[in-house]
Write a protein that binds this ligand. Structure first.
Ligand code: GLN
Ligand code: ZN
Length: 773
């Protein structure tokens, strides 16, 4: 490049793409269901992109320089990069046209699977609750420039007078997140193919430049994480290779490499030594660089000072100070950005009619964050006087939040502070085990479920009607009780040993508790994408947490009154409640977790007092919050495990505590699972064929485990023989008195047509294996 085109003084790394009313979700689901055509979905998507551009321009992002990202996706941005590269697994080869292109139906099939062709695996995107599709790359994967969708979307905007900045996952991150295709040699890693993907990226860059793009954003979050498969030296060498090659491309646009989710560390210097024109750093998660970095003098530093991952209004004065200090660092230019894409937060806090106005004044959703970026950019270029009013308003909001009633409650703080070590410790396991065996007369291989039963259309309808005031509380309760009776009867008929109430009254395993605890608020339109068309509405944890009244006790006692069998009480654990909410940023997470732990401890005490002997505290998100940097793991595991123990350690010896964890990659947190000290831990294991049990036995883990024998993520009904085989394996792998039998996870997303026969087969298989003992 001879002269670098202007980079906007304020810009965002990305914006929600699902639509303020989940328009994209509705459109694409209608397409999947055969109710609309691809053209109709494309029209909805184009309209959504247009409205997004108009909105962002209204909020103050410039349209003559590329402040507005072009970062739309029908399903997932990693799959989009795979589509550009033509890197689609061979089982889907028939979906590609002669040029290697996928149409919308084919793209959807790769994301969702068909028959025996499994979709791309889905996994968590860094430390967020977004899930991406994992590319499968082998030594023979053929790369070619297969999809010019990014170019078409860029051109579409330009034709309407908006110069956007196309965004695509960068080559290093794409390969670092990919997994080796089945059949690859053991010593193969996708990053081995770096040199082969670069020509495709080069072709795309040339094409974008020809269409008029002045800047392109390449996202490289892999550079901030120790959790990717590629060792750090290799990662850094890949950066040098990739950006050496891409900056040498003739006729390319200027390159902006963004590194959201954490601290670049050594990668900053490595990137600065290449010829890319701009580098984006996450200054919410990572510290601001304080020393000059060689190479930065010729680059734009895009300072991600506005938090893309949480919903609090920024202290603009403090942010402006950070920016002013960065200006002394000697970078070619400093501009204002977000720490991550804004797609982790909802669209617009003004679109929340039921939120308390004071709470609202402390919040910034995506649209408010755009304004914060624009304001800071103005302050940085025009001087702080230019934004005097806005600085004051932001400081007022920060001050109001500090002193508002409910944010800091001395009685909650004093209770946490007064806790002694014994509040975190139960008695020795052998004693508990004997007391529980005497109390519950359970057969070998006791059977149970993870908690929820199918959420039927009738249940959803009743909840909606109750929400709208069309059902009274009493009518709603009657309907839920009728559902509980059905679920109990079904479990008794099938012959399960430990029963559940089925969780019909819960809209969501976190929101339900958030609605019933002090310190939380829930939104009406605050949807964020979890994966594909699936969205969640995280609650907002804004103040000190306590439990004003029992939450689950009446439901659980009612259920116990219906049966002689033990009923298991069901709670969501403190770490999961935090992970799936927007959490306060004004105190350490561990302190917040202890407050939630204490509220749950009160609930458990009441369940126990009501005669409930088995209580499960779910922690499916324990793995998800694991920090990206290895040296932060120990501190995280310490506070997370302690908060769980705080919630559960108050019970009697003969009360049995269960926990449930959804995933099967245990290696990294085996110690933490041991630390939870639950009497019974259920885990996902059906897909991995019980592999995990070998590790558990080898580690000398003493307590009981319930490896899932039924993969509930698929509509498939496992046969009796299949379950029997899994159980036979399990009995060989681990001591008989350590083994429980259960599905992989809750049944709420499945239908009774699948659940009933599956549970019947599980019981038949269990009886068959018991007979051989
Ligand atoms: N008890 C919850 C259920 O069964 C657990 C869900 C989960 O693990 N995500 O639905
Ligand atoms: Zn689960």
């Amino acid at each position: 490049m001879t002269t670098t085109p202007t980079f906007p003084a304020g810009s965002v790394l990305g914006y929600p793409r699902i639509g303020p009313r989940r328009e994209l979700k509705k459109a694409i689901e209608a397409f999947w269901a055969g109710r609309s055509s691809a053209d109709e979905v494309e029209a909805v998507a184009a309209d959504l992109r247009r409205r997004t551009r108009t909105r962002l321009a209204e909020l103050g992002l410039r349209t003559d320089v590329p402040a507005i990202p072009s970062a739309f996706s029908f399903y997932d941005h990693v799959l989009d990069a795979a589509a550009v590269l033509g890197a689609i697994p061979s089982r889907f080869a028939d979906l590609l046209d002669a040029d290697g292109r996928l149409d919308l139906a084919g793209y959807s099939t790769v994301a969702r699977g068909r028959g025996d062709d499994l979709p791309l695996e889905m996994t968590k995107w860094f430390d967020s609750n977004y899930h991406y599709l994992v590319p499968e790359i082998g030594p023979d994967t053929e790369f070619r420039y297969a999809s010019d969708r990014p170019v078409r979307e860029f051109a579409e905007a330009l034709a309407e007078g908006v110069l956007t900045r196309p965004v695509i996952v960068g080559p290093v991150t794409f390969l670092a997140l990919a997994k080796a295709a089945e059949g690859s040699p053991d010593d193969f890693a996708p990053i081995d193919r770096l040199a082969d993907v670069l020509p495709v990226y080069a072709a795309l860059l040339r094409d974008l430049a020809a269409a008029g793009a002045t800047w392109v954003q390449l996202d490289e979050p892999a550079l901030v994480s120790d959790s990717v498969e590629v060792p750090v030296e290799r990662l850094l060498a890949s950066v040098t290779e990739a950006y050496g090659a891409l900056t040498a491309v003739e006729g390319r646009p200027a390159l902006f490499v963004a590194a959201p989710y954490g601290d670049l560390r050594d990668a900053l210097g490595v990137l600065a030594a290449t010829d890319v024109e701009a580098i984006g750093v996450d200054l919410v998660r990572g510290p601001a660089p304080t020393q000059a970095v060689a190479g930065l003098e010729s680059k734009t530093l895009v300072a991600g000072v506005i938090d893309g991952h949480n919903i609090w209004r920024a202290d603009l004065d403090a942010k402006l100070q950070v920016l002013e200090q960065l200006e002394n660092l000697g970078a070619g230019a400093v501009t204002v950005g977000t720490s991550t894409s804004l797609f982790h937060v909802p669209h617009d806090v003004q679109d929340e009619p039921t939120l308390d106005p004071t709470l609202k004044s402390w919040l910034a959703f995506a649209d408010q964050k755009v304004v914060e970026v624009v304001t800071l950019a103005e302050g940085l270029t025009e001087g702080r006087e230019a934004i005097h009013e806005q600085l004051l308003a932001a400081s007022d909001a920060v001050a109001s939040r500090k002193t508002a009633p409910g944010v800091v409650r001395p009685e909650v703080r004093e209770r946490v502070a007064a806790l002694g070590e014994d509040a975190f410790n139960r008695g020795d396991f052998e004693g508990r085990k004997a007391a529980q065996a005497a109390r519950f007369d359970l057969p070998p291989l006791p059977t149970t479920t993870i908690g929820s039963f199918p959420q039927t259309p009738e249940i959803r309808k009743a909840r909606a009607a109750f929400g709208k005031g069309e059902l009274t509380a009493e009518q709603y309760e009657d309907e839920m009780k009728a559902e509980i009776r059905r679920v109990v009867e079904l479990q008794e008929k099938i012959g399960l040993d430990v029963l559940v109430h089925g969780e019909p009254e819960r809209n969501d395993m976190v929101q339900y508790f958030a609605e019933n605890l002090d310190g939380f608020a829930v939104t009406q339109n605050g949807w964020v994408q979890s994966y594909g068309s699936r969205c969640t509405r995280p609650s907002i944890l804004w103040g000190d947490v306590s439990r004003p009244a029992p939450i689950t006790v009446a439901w659980t006692s009612y259920t116990q009154s219906l049966t002689e069998k033990p009923v298991k009480g069901m709670l969501t654990g403190p770490v999961t409640i935090l992970a799936w909410s927007f959490v306060r940023d004004d105190q350490p997470l561990g302190d917040t977790a202890n407050q939630v732990g204490l509220a749950l401890r009160d609930e458990i005490a009441d369940l126990e007092a009501a005669g409930i002997g088995i209580i499960q505290v779910d922690e499916p998100a324990l793995r998800e919050l694991l920090p990206l940097r290895a040296e932060d793991h120990a501190a995280y595991l310490d506070w997370s495990v302690r908060s769980f123990r705080l919630s559960t350690a108050g019970v009697r010896e003969d009360t049995q505590i269960h926990t449930h964890l959804c995933y099967s990659e245990f290696g990294q947190i085996m110690g933490a699972i041991d630390g939870l000290d639950a009497d019974v831990t259920s885990i996902e294991a059906a897909r991995s064929k019980m592999e995990i049990l070998g590790d558990i036995a080898a580690a000398g883990y003493p307590r009981a485990v319930g490896p899932g024998v039924y993969d509930i993520h698929s509509p498939r009904v496992p046969s009796e023989g299949e379950v029997e085989e899994l159980l036979t394996e399990a009995v060989k792998a681990i001591a008989l008195d350590q083994l429980w039998v259960n599905p992989d996870c809750g049944l709420k997303t499945r239908r009774y047509e699948e659940v009933t026969p599956s549970l019947e087969h599980i019981l038949q298989a269990t009886r068959a294996v018991r007979a051989t003992l």
